[in-house]
Design a protein around this ligand. Structure first.
Ligand SMILES: NC(=O)c1ccc[n+]([C@@H]2O[C@H](COP(=O)([O-])OP(=O)(O)OC[C@H]3O[C@@H](n4cnc5c(N)ncnc54)[C@H](OP(=O)(O)O)[C@@H]3O)[C@@H](O)[C@H]2O)c1
Length: 339
């Protein structure tokens, strides 16, 4: 396993991180423990969660993922693990999170409430990387950065990061931090994969120049790049089949962003590349993400232990120029299949 530093921080993380957002909903506790054990034994030291998880978000079980991880953490030396969690962003626009009565905001009150809850559920007195899950468009960034900085000063958090953010949002937040002498965002956790190259539009320039690391999430496009949705009979489990039947419209709309005609077409071409080079499609998708120097660690997701092996196989795989050229060609032929 290769290890890289996040931004300018002292966090040295495995190039593959284990995402946990299905633990407590699609993945039960016993299976989650088996997955985390296997990941840890294979050199994964970086685990990503959020106060809101598991998904799809539901007030009935929000916080359950952190509780499962908290129990598992008792079985490992705490300092051997780099733990990342997130405070839910603002309750506005597209999504009202089912926590704190749907009133979340990136202000001091909510950031403090969130960290206290996460530390308790996670059974720890510090989080290595604390991230805003998505930005707040109302609360001034000065307020958010000051609140995060206090957590760092109190020792509850070692470093901070952002997620689902824009080039402007990241730059503005870190300029405020620089001006005020606050801790800055060392990472940005955004959707990034062969199906979603949006990061290259403008964030690449910011991250390279400012030495902020990308932590890509959904590197398999939520499972699409495994190729199973291109089969006549889709092999279950398959999250988007469940999401398309979900009673909440937002969940159904979310599924369509990942699972649509264009992503399936792009995946068809991707599967041809995987076949040409005789690489498992899951391994190829994860290896692609690791390929970039601005990526510190790629956050994978598995619903069960059987799915993990091809992800681990990507740990030591470096793609040659020929394969990368084929992937870029595919991306030019079918640009932005996720919109
Ligand atoms: N910051 C954010 O807003 C945000 C958003 C999303 C995710 N994340 C983070 O990123 C992590 C990963 O996200 P993701 O789950 O969307 O990643 P992903 O790698 O794109 O998708 C993972 C899903 O693909 C399917 N899969 C995985 N391995 C497979 C295999 N070998 N064969 C067939 N299917 C396979 C599984 O779902 P099925 O079995 O159901 O098909 C699995 O849950 C999350 O746990 C979370 O920590 C963060």
């Amino acid at each position: 396993m290769e290890y890289r530093y996040i931004g300018k921080s002292g966090l040295r993380v495995s190039v593959i991180a284990l995402g946990t957002m299905t633990f407590g909903s699609m993945t039960d506790k016993k299976e989650a423990f088996r997955i985390m054990d296997k990941a840890y034994d294979n050199g994964i030291n970086f685990f990503d969660t959020a106060e809101l998880y598991p998904v799809p978000p539901d007030s009935k079980y929000a916080g359950l993922t952190e509780k499962i991880i908290g129990e598992w953490l008792k079985t490992k030396p705490r300092e051997s693990i780099i733990l990342a969690s997130k405070v839910a962003g603002a309750s506005s626009g597209w999504f009202i999170p089912p926590i704190r009565y749907g009133l979340t905001a990136m202000d001091k009150f909510h950031i403090k409430k969130a960290i206290e809850g996460s530390l308790k559920r996670l059974n720890t007195d510090y989080i290595d990387l604390y991230q805003q899950h998505w930005p707040d468009t109302i609360v001034p960034k000065e307020v958010t950065m000051e609140a995060f900085d206090e957590l760092v000063k109190e020792g509850k958090v070692r470093y901070i990061g952002t997620s689902n953010d824009t080039a402007w949002g990241l730059t503005k937040s870190n300029e405020i931090a620089r001006f005020k002498g606050y801790a800055r965002f060392e990472s940005i956790q955004n959707n990034f994969s062969i199906l979603n190259p949006r990061f290259f539009d403008s964030l690449e320039e910011v991250c390279r120049n400012e030495q902020v690391s990308l932590l890509p999430y959904s590197p398999l496009g939520g499972g699409i790049l495994s190729g199973k949705y291109n089969q006549k009979e889709i092999q279950k489990p398959a999250r988007f089949l469940e999401y398309l039947k979900h009673p909440v419209k937002r969940v159904r709309v979310h599924a369509k962003k990942f699972y649509n005609e264009k992503t399936l077409k792009a995946t068809e071409k991707f599967l041809e590349i995987a076949k040409k080079y005789q690489i498992h499609p899951v391994t190829l998708a994860i290896a692609y993400s690791k390929q970039f120097d601005f990526v510190a660690s790629t956050i994978i997701g598995v619903r069960n232990l059987n799915q993990l092996k091809p992800h681990l196989d990507a740990a030591n795989l470096k793609l040659n120029r020929e394969i990368m050229k084929d992937i870029v060609k595919l991306q030019k032929e079918i640009p932005y299949p996720m919109g």
